[in-house]
Design a protein around this ligand. Structure first.
Ligand code: SAH
Length: 238
């Protein structure tokens, strides 16, 4: 069933203009058709009550399988289309926060003005991906921070740095995740195309990030992000 993020006020669904267009012209909805709506992380079953003008009413509240674990992906700035790709995939895989980080070897520079301009597009990608993947939340997209300036409220729970020089295979990361108490927050940081500088690894370790290996192959930065979040997701399914 089609799912939208919207506001629910007095049992009425208030959609964005884009989503109204989607319901009317793309889905060609008719009176009686049902949709799911997420509002304030609650999930509702709703029905079209009238098309012209569009009126959608809540029928019931649905059980939503909410987990309490917040997953934060820290992603070093990579070339533009990789950031778009990672935002889409990280949303599907359940990231609550996607934090862009600028590190020594980042080739791409993105200052705060550029970031704010791009945020509209990033948020649109995340919203569509959250709807498509039936997530209850649109992730927060934050940045751009240097490692030193990452806000402390984002440094909670079990923190990991994906480091290709760390020996071992992915199962040690998976076991590490399985040991952690349920509902603990998890954060993972992925380096840029050129990897982390060893000094940055030391700095991250002092902030509580533990080195983890994603196997003995070198993955591209965007693959590493998707893979790490998949391992985290798999571990949370236990
Ligand atoms: N510059 C390095 C590779 C960087 S890969 C080189 O060419 O040797 C980009 C990022 O993906 C890394 O910073 C790391 O965070 C992550 N990554 C890729 N492969 C990994 C692996 N096998 N284990 C852990 N992290 C990995």
């Amino acid at each position: 069933m089609q799912r939208y993020f919207a506001n629910v006020i007095d049992n009425k669904v208030i959609l964005s203009k884009d989503d109204e267009h989607h319901v009317i012209n793309v889905m060609r909805s008719r009176v009686g058709d049902e949709i799911e709506v997420v509002s304030d992380s609650n999930l509702y079953l709703c029905a079209i009550n009238s098309v012209k003008p569009l009126e959608i009413l809540v029928k019931s509240r649905l059980d939503s399988n909410k987990t309490n674990t917040n997953i934060t992906l820290f992603f070093a700035l990579a070339k533009g289309e990789k950031i778009d790709f990672v935002i889409q995939k990280a949303t599907e895989l359940g990231a609550k926060n996607i934090v862009l980080v600028s590190t020594k070897r980042c080739v791409v520079k993105l200052d705060n003005d550029d970031f704010n301009k791009k945020l509209v597009r990033y948020t649109k990608i995340a919203k569509e991906s959250a709807e498509q993947s039936h997530r209850l939340e649109i992730p927060n997209i934050l940045g751009v921070y240097s490692i030193d300036k990452i806000p402390s409220e984002l440094l909670k729970g079990n923190l990991y740095v994906a480091y290709e020089k760390e020996k071992g295979d992915t199962s040690s990361f998976y076991e590490e995740l399985n040991k952690m108490p349920k509902d603990n927050d998890v954060g993972i940081i992925i380096g840029p195309e050129g990897g982390f500088d060893p000094e940055e690894i030391v700095k991250l370790n002092s902030k509580g990030f533990k080195n983890v290996s994603l196997g003995n192959r070198i993955l591209r930065t965007e693959t590493a992000a998707v893979y790490a979040l998949s391992v985290i997701g798999f571990s949370l399914e236990r």
